[in-house]
Write a protein of this length. Structure first.
Lengths: 339, 335
């Protein structure tokens, strides 16, 4: 899978350059002529005459950004996208293009008051230690505005799982690459690798305005909370349970007809699917549905355990289910399905 | 109020239609307005857009009321056949507990709660819907994850007042429907938009307005009142007429257009009151931001107990709103 390389690239919202460059070079090797728009979205148009279908996955990941460098050389940061403060402690990170290594430091347990053990340490009290002795030394390596990514090695674990940072939403980007290995004729397919989803579905919004699609699909990495201590009705999705179909989230309500079509295709072709059992969260479908005079949308996701943290897990089988289901859906559009 | 008018309100409020599942209410409205308009269409998000053509030289006037109501969406069906749910729009767990709800296919459910030790624990995630199923298989034969439910309540007359679920904003739909029926000689082309998904973020009105590109936008929606015991401080009361909105958290109504409507109401002896709503938004908030901007206002029907199964309006306010809208589309709108 291309996922190993894709997920390992840095791409904090607004700094998707490395992911973009890599995707563009792969897409060119595949014979496409990808275009980059003003905000940095990568758009591939293929297919022939027919309805305009926009399939979207976002390139950006949650991360951090440098906001200040202290006198003693410690680096202050802010969060980019939704990150739980509790997962930041003692993590290894890379800062900026030069991948300057650093550690998010925390006061030793010996020095904490007992009541501090009970508290979440807020992000704005943390700093990153890059081993610099002074502000001057730190400024030679790092500057304000540099992005920060988690230092997480991509690995395959267990029978079927991948472990990585940024699976949300490099899994979606990898799905789009699979769709582009197929030949499309009776639809106008736009694959959009979007920027800035994690900070407000910004890339998808402008891409959808320009494309004016008839059908929109967001391909996502989504919440998977099938953990000890969580009751089954709060799992949202189950790892290995198949492609996850959204029924509603805070940003969009899927087209009922598209949802029914996904379910029919899954049933008739034996593809494992599950409902995304939650109304929480949101994704690029929210922006696509509001483009111009409106567009029916749906979201199909790969479940990602420990999403929005330095390390998440996804199932290769779920990934394949999403790919197969989307190929069947697009073929169904070629065959005349309309939402 | 005539019985005919009450029956229309009863039908409109009792029709099913949480955000994103507006088909039943859309069909209800379509069947009743088609004779009074020149064109009817449903757009990609499900908005019902009805055009009543006016004379050449008139403006494009968008009259909006949202069809959707708040509701519940099934997120999980457990082994014993109980349904877990999430909210569709602003749903208060205290109000939902003990309610009876229904699904589009007619399935009835009641809302129960896990064992709690403190009333503060009444949260949506502790509630469930019991549809009388003995196990998961029986439940799944009636309801699926993603299905939506609405409060199950009938409309009732209480003197000059009417109580029902979904007054927000079916009463606005009725006002726009009646405007289309009663207007004799419109000076403008009316685009009546019965919008979807207002309760989840003004979504329908936004895309409808983009396509229409109106010269004037008027949304009709309910607003809160300050006339109940120890209520919020708000100078809107039931029975004191159409509420002409000054602002809410989604928009500041176009001052020229708003004052024009005030003057029109005064001239025609239509009772009205001014409304400042501190929290809450309406479709005009989306309409005014369309393309290069649209002068937009809101005519509100004062309503008590909004987002409950028993929302209460006064029939005289409803009539005032209809009269004001008819007067507006028959006037030059040269604000």
């Amino acid at each position: 899978m291309d996922l190993r390389e894709l997920a390992s690239l840095p791409g904090v919202s607004g700094h998707e350059g490395k992911v973009r460059e890599t995707l563009i070079s792969w897409l060119r090797e595949m014979g496409y002529e990808p275009r980059t728009d003003v905000l940095g979205n990568v758009i591939v148009r293929t297919g022939g005459r027919g309805p305009k279908v926009m399939v979207d996955a976002h390139m950006d990941e949650v991360g951090l950004v440098v906001t200040a460098i202290e006198k003693n050389g410690f680096v202050r940061f802010q969060k980019v996208g939704g990150i739980d403060d509790r997962v930041l402690l003692s993590k290894r990170v890379f800062i900026g293009e030069e991948r300057v290594p650093g550690v998010i430091g925390v006061k030793a347990i010996h020095m904490q008051e007992p009541k501090e053990w009970e508290q979440v340490i807020p992000w704005h009290t943390l700093t990153i230690d890059i081993g610099a002795k002074s502000k001057e030394e730190a400024e030679k390596k790092v500057k304000v505005g540099d992005y920060i990514v988690f230092d997480t090695e991509y690995e395959e674990i267990g029978d079927d799982l991948v472990k990585s940072k940024a699976l949300d939403d490099r899994v979606g980007c990898a799905v789009l690459l699979e769709l582009l290995k197929e030949k499309w004729e009776k639809l106008e397919l736009y694959c959009v690798f979007a920027v800035q989803e994690e900070v407000g579905t910004r890339g998808a919004r402008v891409a959808a305005y320009e494309i004016a699609p008839d059908i929109g699909i967001a391909v996502e990495g989504t919440i998977c909370s099938d953990l000890p201590g969580c009751e089954e009705h709060q799992w949202v999705t189950k790892l290995g349970g198949g492609a996850a179909l959204s029924v509603m989230d805070r940003g969009s309500i899927p087209s009922r007809r598209m949802l029914e079509e996904f379910l029919r295709l899954a049933r008739e072709n034996g593809i494992p699917v599950q409902f995304r059992e939650s109304g929480a969260g949101g994704n690029d479908a929210a922006a696509i549905q509001l483009a111009r005079s409106g567009c029916p949308v749906a979201s199909v996701s790969v479940p990602c355990r420990y999403i929005h943290s330095p390390v998440s897990l996804a199932s290769k089988k779920d990934f394949q289910s999403v790919v197969k289901l989307l190929i069947l859906f697009l073929k169904s559009v070629e065959g005349g399905f309309r939402p | 109020m005539t019985d005919e008018m009450f029956q229309l309100i009863k039908g409109a409020t009792e029709a099913f239609g949480p955000s994103g599942s507006e088909e039943p209410i859309r069909e209800f409205i379509k069947a009743r307005v088609k004779d009074y308009v020149d064109e009817v269409k449903t757009d990609p998000l499900g908005n019902l857009i009805c055009v009543r053509k006016g004379p050449a030289g008139g403006k494009k006037v968008l009259l909006d009321a949202h069809m959707d109501e708040i509701g519940l969406i099934v997120t999980h069906i457990d082994d014993k056949g109980f349904l877990r749910f999430s909210n569709v729009g602003g749903v208060n767990p205290y109000i939902t507990l003990g309610e009876r709800v229904y699904f589009a296919n007619g399935t009835t459910g009641v809302v129960g709660i896990e064992k709690i030790d403190d009333p503060k624990e009444v949260k949506l995630e502790k509630l469930f819907i019991d549809i009388g199923a003995k196990d998961k298989a029986e439940a799944e034969s009636k309801v699926r994850v993603g299905d939506m439910a609405a409060f199950q309540r009938h409309a009732e007359r209480m003197g000059s007042r009417i109580a029902s679920k979904a007054m927000d904003d079916r009463i606005g739909c009725v006002v726009v429907m009646e405007t289309l029926r009663r207007v004799k000689s419109p000076r403008h082309t009316i685009y009546a938009v019965f919008a979807v998904q207002e309760e989840v973020g003004l979504r329908g009105a936004r895309v409808a307005a983009f396509g229409i590109e109106p010269d004037v936008g008027i949304a009709v929606d309910v607003t809160r009142t300050g006339d109940t015991p120890k209520a919020i401080t708000m100078d809107v009361s039931l029975g004191k007429g159409a509420a002409i909105k000054v602002k809410d958290s989604s928009l500041i109504c176009h001052p020229g257009l708003r004052k024009y409507l005030e003057k029109l109401a005064a001239e025609r002896n239509i009772p009205y009151q001014l409304e400042v709503l501190e929290a809450g938004g309406t479709d005009s908030g989306a309409i005014q931001m369309t393309k290069a901007g649209v002068p937009a206002v809101v005519v509100s029907v004062p309503c008590r107990y909004i987002h409950s199964p028993s929302e209460v309006v006064d029939e005289n306010d409803v009539e005032a709103c209809i009269n004001l809208l008819v007067a507006a589309v028959e006037s030059p709108l040269d604000f």
